[in-house]
Unconditional design. Structure first.
Lengths: 907, 457
């Protein structure tokens, strides 16, 4: 879609646009004049009569009408307070649209304007303002204002919302020059002449690209990795788990030419692969099982999306299809019911973001969610920060505010089916809207007949009554009546209200009668949306046709017809083979997971402020091949890991290190710190505890959609479940803000944003985890016990432990250190215990269970009134203890190996 | 306790000497040139103390957060006109209600304080009032998040104030976390309020309960044998350092274990209030149970600050008086008044107030209008907080609300201005304290923020 002019919005230099609400048109005027208008000063007589009239009316509004609103209405109907009854009086559109009772102001129609009806209402209970009447003069002023067209101050449209100037992009140069959005042309694999020192080095095309750079920059590749190293590397990179001892031995003894290739192919087909690479995508998809943010409400059905991602990786679903399903799965044709369901679940991608359900103003809630979706899609798929253009043109990239709202129109025409609505304050299930969920039942949802509807209506009435009872008890209490008795009364009233709410929900909730998912569907009303001035949702500028960012106008796009949201067109545009960014971004993401850094280091940002590719030709080569290979992630990975470059050793070379300390030119393999998940999963795996697949009953999937504080019974239950679980980490409850220590300690993923690469930090809390956490202790103990069981074996104990934990044998020096550690440890322990025995016994640990006396729900909008009960917190229990000193010593040895730097690095 | 590791060739002392000299670096010295080293961000260096952007007195800060929005008009904000307007219809609709608490003047400055803060009122001459504050959202969840992270849009997860400060200044004591938050709200953004968002996880706040609990701090085995275990671990690390496959972060990992071992001993001691003399415990009013929560927090805050923790936040919830304003305020103030006064006095008598900044207040204020028979609704257009200590003018008031205490009219400070000012008091320029994320430089004040230089001593 090429630049389209929006009316005469296009401006130059000092000119600004003013949108005239009353006339519904745009006027171009000189900015000096706009200042005069703004100041409300009467302009001189050279103006047209119409303008004079307008300005008189504007002055009338400012002098007579706005003060009435400010004085009598703002406390309940304005930006700084709330929108009682859904109405605001400080926003013109809101006045015209009105609140729950209908349009407040109909310009020109005094009698039909609800505002006039309410300020003149004879019934004091219904009249506004609630605490007194407006004067006769004030009412007449309001009538006059409406009669004369309800004129409202004009909106200044800043000039920095549309980078087009006379049809040309301001950044036309950038548009033509920045590498990321240029079309991909066929690349040629570099030839390394016979005289090249690396002529015989390359094994694959990837190697040729890499080696060609060495020649230019003067680095020399290190040796190839040893077999033990490479096996550990490929296992971790493809599955997130180490090889078992048997697998290691089998590989070492496999002398066939393609032994490595066979391992790669086997791993690509394994569950572990789908889980590991599924997790990578969940990082990008900012996966989380709750809204996070100001009020944390669960998404109990989000896990279906997680499983969808894992299954898609397992099946090697073509990436273009994978994206299309996540963005427009509901709109894609399906060949079976199963496929239809899968596609519906896929749209969870758009629904599971961070949301502020406590947002008072629906228009802001909607636009914030649109922004969240734009941010996620643009970063995840395009490596672009389109969200920057929400308030003004992008400062660095050629993305205009107009581009943003063209994009926003697509998402604004899309309805979130996350089971939630926004409102300011609310207790219990107040935020839950069951009909905003996607039913996955095989049978169509039971039609609600009259009889059932009557029951629902009756229950609703009861719930409503109980709610007002509750509020009455809460608010109409005399000072002297307060106390435990009143508190108990209030508690009972709250319980009764919540029970009644739950009964209504139970009758209408599809989640009670069958499987449901969260996702999106097209809104009932689809259409273009307006530019919002400075990103403020209420300040509507000109409408922009739905479309895609101009900077990619060379990518063929389908027109979006009036009755469609445009998501399907968007999905196809994103995955068009000629879309150069989508493919570059994904091959770079894959590369970065295998080389510890991307060819473009800033994996989520391919814009002007991002990194430039170290090997642009290689990146394009991979992108082209990727499309040729049917967008297959597995084929791409296979190609990369079979390269010789991937199989370099992770050793240093003094000369190359000076030239290229960051290893940008891949003269060695960069070591990678294990992710939080890999560390936890490995400990489970090597201690024989890991169970495959997800658990069947997971508490985060059963949560009622009630606000979830991060302490209290429910949160503690989730943490306890995670602590006890023997499943892989991506199957743990991943409610935002309630993350188990085993995942948060090692730079766990920040679930609030697209995260293509994780932080790696080294801090003492990690050391404390390794030294003291019951999870590490228990794993170590199990390994120690198992090693002792096999003590009949001829292999020394220390050696067996080394192989179990680090997948290698110890060096003689290491074996010696370990051996003397064991004997010293036993000696010290025995001595100190005999010493203790002669004195009073001191327990090594008193391990009471973690308990908390805090309540699990927050009652209403109010902050807790009487402070928080003190949290009684203690460390969790080690469920098993060593049975004697040598077992203890061995456990300590195992634990030291798990704690070692070597354990947490992939060679 | 540790020195007598018989028969072990590496004593802790010699090990520490090695690590102190950067033993990993020594091992790798042949391979890593100086230039190479400086280009690679060294993980362990992220927490080292860093020089401020400009000289400032404040080396650390204690943020006393009253969650739920304290009514300024019943405590620190005396409004004679409001006192005479009881029952009148006020601006914007609603009936004005005067404070039912008696105000009187204190100190040489003659500052008015209500009877709810009898102890703290004696310190008014030390306080620097910000009386013209305003913010964007009159709902706790968003306002709490904005106060802590600067984000007006709660769907945007941004680093917290404490994380920014530690990012800017590092810590003064690497054996302790740089940012500690005690008893933070479990909702209203929860961990976002002390999170690091896109800043490295180093900078996030460490949450401890008001009884001083921190997970995994208790040695899982007797310290004597745990030391042996760590000695083995470090010996294995030394072995690894000799190999060409040693990771670049090895030195940092080695240090992390020494720090952890020290923390295990020092942090519980630090949080153990029993070691304080009785007169100090009495000064704060320390007792067990929920009632003593805030007193314990104040004393822990002093101990943590004294030990060099850069940013300490403590929290007293329960100030959201839509109803039960009268008794509610009496109860809350009774919990807070004596301890916070003791904190000021104790910091001063130890000379800590010289280089410690104290910030006291809520996410917003409350209206001069009545809500129900005994309550006040939220007010984001004008409210107060106070500062004390390093770098601020003592006994000073900056800004003001109108005569009814509704709108800030003078010395207006938005939440971003507050952030800019706090950073400046710590020696940090809010416009320079940036971090690259998502293709641009981010800062806590985003695109605004004005430092209230008027309050600088």
């Amino acid at each position: 879609m090429k630049n389209q002019n929006i009316g005469d919005l296009k401006t130059k230099g000092p000119k600004k646009m003013i949108y005239d609400w009353t006339l519904g048109s745009w006027n171009r005027i000189n900015w000096t004049f706009s200042l005069i208008l703004l100041a409300g000063t009467l302009a001189c007589g050279t103006l047209r009569a119409q303008q004079v009239d307008d300005e008189q009316r504007l002055e009338f509004f400012e002098k007579k009408i706005r003060p009435i609103f400010v004085e009598h209405c703002y406390n309940c109907h304005s930006q700084d307070h709330k929108e009682a009854g859904g109405l605001r009086v400080d926003d013109y559109r809101a006045l015209l649209d009105g609140g729950k009772s209908g349009a407040a102001v109909i310009p020109g129609s005094v009698d039909q304007s609800l505002m006039i009806q309410r300020v003149t209402h004879p019934d004091v209970k219904k009249s506004m303002p609630p605490d007194g009447r407006l004067t006769e003069a004030q009412i007449n002023d309001l009538k006059k204002w409406i009669e004369e067209g309800a004129i409202w101050p004009k909106l200044i449209v800043p000039s920095d919302i549309d980078q087009t100037l006379d049809g040309q992009m301001v950044h036309s140069e950038l548009l033509a020059s920045h590498w990321a959005w240029q079309s991909i042309s066929a690349t040629t694999v570099p030839e390394l002449g016979n005289d090249s020192s690396f002529a015989n080095w390359p094994r694959t095309d990837i190697d040729r690209f890499i080696a060609a750079k060495w020649q230019q920059v003067g680095v020399i590749p290190v040796r190839d990795a040893q077999r033990v190293e490479i096996l550990r590397r490929i296992y971790y990179d493809l599955t997130g788990l180490p090889p078992t001892d048997d697998e290691l031995v089998a590989y070492l003894f496999d002398e066939s030419q393609n032994a490595y290739e066979k391992v790669v192919d086997r791993l690509l087909q394994s569950d572990g692969f789908a889980e590991r690479w599924g997790r990578h995508w969940l990082d990008v998809a900012r996966y989380g099982e709750s809204t996070g943010s100001a009020r944390n409400l669960p998404y109990p059905h989000a896990w279906r999306y997680r499983d969808y991602v894992i299954e898609s990786l397992r099946k090697d679903k073509p990436y273009d299809r994978f994206l299309q399903e996540q963005i427009a799965g509901d709109l894609l044709p399906a060949s079976s019911i199963a496929e239809k369901k899968e596609q519906l679940i896929a749209t969870g991608f758009l629904a599971l973001g961070v949301k502020d359900v406590n947002q008072r103003f629906t228009v802001r809630y909607d636009m914030d969610n649109v922004d969240e979706q734009i941010d996620t899609v643009s970063k995840a798929v395009l490596g672009l920060t389109i969200s920057c253009a929400r308030c003004h043109d992008h400062k660095f990239d050629p993305i205009s505010t107009r581009d943003y709202y063209a994009f926003a129109g697509i998402f604004a025409s899309t309805e979130l089916c996350d089971g939630l609505r926004n409102q300011m304050g609310g207790s219990g299930l107040a935020y839950y809207v069951p009909n905003r969920l996607i039913s996955l039942s095989d049978t169509p949802v039971e039609k609600i007949d009259e009889a059932k509807q009557a029951i629902i209506d009756e229950k609703k009435k009861v719930a409503e009554k109980l709610r007002s009872d509750f509020i009455a008890i809460r608010d109409n209490v005399k000072q002297e009546e307060k106390g435990p008795e009143h508190a108990e009364k209030l508690r009972k009233a709250r319980q009764a209200m919540q029970k009644a709410q739950a009964e209504v929900v139970a009758l209408t909730d599809p989640a009670k009668s069958g499987p449901v998912a969260i996702g999106v569907r097209d809104s009932k009303k689809v259409g273009d949306t307006e530019i919002r001035i400075r990103g403020e949702a209420e300040k509507r500028g000109p409408t922009v046709p739905r479309g895609f960012p101009t900077l990619l106008s060379h990518v063929p796009a389908e027109a979006i017809s009036g009755d469609r949201s445009g998501r399907l067109e968007l999905a196809r545009w994103l995955t068009h083979p000629k879309n150069p960014i989508s493919t570059r971004v994904i091959v770079n993401r894959v590369w970065s997971k295998l080389f510890a850094r991307g060819l473009v280091k800033t994996v989520d940002n391919f814009g002007v402020t991002g990194d430039t590719p170290s090997h642009p030709e290689l990146l394009d080569h991979l992108a082209v091949e990727f499309v040729k290979d049917g967008w297959s992630i597995k084929k791409l990975i296979r190609k990369i890991v079979l390269s010789r470059a991937y199989q370099l050793a992770s050793v240093n070379d003094p000369n190359s290190l000076v030239i290229d300390p960051e290893n940008r030119w891949i003269w060695k393999h960069s070591q990678r710190r294990l992710d939080a998940e890999e560390i936890r999963d490995t400990i489970l795996a090597i201690s024989y505890q890991l169970q495959s697949g997800p658990a069947t009953q997971v508490p985060s999937h059963q949560l009622p959609v009630i606000e979830l504080p991060n302490n209290g019974e429910v949160a503690n239950g989730l943490i306890q479940f995670a602590n006890d679980s023997k499943r892989r980490s991506l199957y743990l409850p991943l409610v935002r803000g309630i993350v188990p220590v085993s995942l948060s300690t090692f730079d766990g993923v920040e679930q609030g944003m697209v995260t293509g690469s994780r932080e790696v930090t080294t801090v003492p809390t990690q050391a404390l985890f390794m030294l003291n956490d019951p999870f590490v202790r228990e794993g170590s103990l199990r390994i120690a016990k198992d090693a002792l069981k096999g003590s009949g074996s001829s292999e020394p104990l220390v050696s067996r432990i080394y192989r179990q934990v680090l997948q290698r044998s110890p060096t003689p020096q290491e074996a010696h250190l370990a051996q003397s550690f064991l004997s010293n440890y036993v000696k010290t322990l025995t001595e100190s215990r005999s010493e203790l025995a002669s004195h009073a016994p001191v327990p090594v640990s008193d391990n009471p269970k973690a308990v908390s006396v805090t309540s699990s729900t927050v009652a209403n909008d109010a902050a807790p009134e009487d402070g928080r009960p003190t949290e009684v917190l203690t460390d969790t229990v080690v469920k098993q203890e060593a049975s004697n000193e040598s077992e203890e010593a061995l456990t300590a040895l195992v634990q030291a190996l798990i704690a070692s730097a070597e354990f947490r690095y992939v060679p | 306790m540790i020195g007598n590791v018989v028969g072990n060739e590496i004593s802790r002392r010699s090990l520490l000497r090695h690590t102190g000299a950067g033993f990993g670096a020594v091992a790798l010295a042949g391979m890593l040139s100086k230039t190479a080293r400086s280009q690679q961000p060294k993980e362990s260096s992220l927490l080292h103390a860093k020089p401020p952007h400009f000289n400032a007195k404040a080396k650390r800060i204690i943020f006393v957060f009253l969650e739920g929005a304290m009514s300024s008009l019943d405590t620190w904000e005396y409004k004679p006109v409001l006192q005479q307007s009881d029952g009148k219809v006020g601006a914007g609709g609603g009936t004005l209600v005067s404070s039912k608490f008696k105000f009187q003047q204190y100190g040489e400055t003659g500052t008015w304080v209500s009877e709810l803060f009898p102890h703290a009122a004696h310190h008014v001459d030390k306080l620097c009032f910000l009386r013209g504050l305003h913010t964007d959202t009159p709902a706790h969840p968003q306002a709490v998040i904005q106060l802590h992270t600067g984000a007006a849009n709660a769907t945007l997860v941004r680093p917290s104030m404490g994380a920014w400060v530690v990012y800017g200044l590092g810590t003064q004591n690497e054996e302790l976390p740089g940012f500690v938050t005690i008893n933070p709200p479990p909702n209203f953004g929860g961990a976002i309020n002390y999170g690091s968002a896109f800043l490295p996880a180093h900078y996030q706040g460490t949450k401890i309960s008001d009884t001083g609990f921190l997970p995994n701090l208790k040695p899982s085995i007797e310290t004597k044998v745990q030391r042996q275990q760590i000695d083995l671990l470090q010996a294995l690390h030394r072995e690894q350092a000799k190999t060409p496959t040693a990771p670049d972060t090895l030195e940092g990992i080695i240090q992390s274990y020494e720090q952890a071992f020290t923390m295990q001993q020092k942090v519980p001691d630090l949080l153990d209030l029993k070691s304080e003399p009785q007169h100090i415990l009495d000064l704060y009013g320390v007792k067990e149970g929920p009632e003593g929560s805030f007193a314990r927090q104040c004393l822990m805050a002093r101990r943590l600050s004294e030990a060099g923790v850069r940013f300490v936040e403590i929290c007293d919830p329960g100030w959201d008086h839509h109803n039960n304003l009268h008794n509610g305020l009496i109860n809350r103030c009774r919990s807070v008044d004596q301890p916070v006064a003791a904190l000021l006095q104790d910091l001063e008598q130890r000379g800590l107030l010289e280089d410690t900044l104290v910030l006291f207040g809520s996410e917003f204020g409350r209206l001069p209008h009545a809500q129900g028979p005994d309550g006040r609704d939220h007010n984001i257009t004008g409210y107060m907080m106070w500062l004390a200590g390093a770098g601020v003018k003592p006994g000073y008031s900056f800004g003001a609300t109108d005569e009814l205490g509704r709108h800030a009219v003078d010395g207006k400070m938005h939440t971003t201005d507050l952030h800019a000012t706090i950073l400046a008091l710590m020696g940090l320029d809010h416009e320079s304290l940036t971090y690259p994320y998502s293709g641009r430089e981010f800062r806590i004040t985003d695109v605004s923020g004005k430092v209230a230089k008027e309050i600088f001593a």
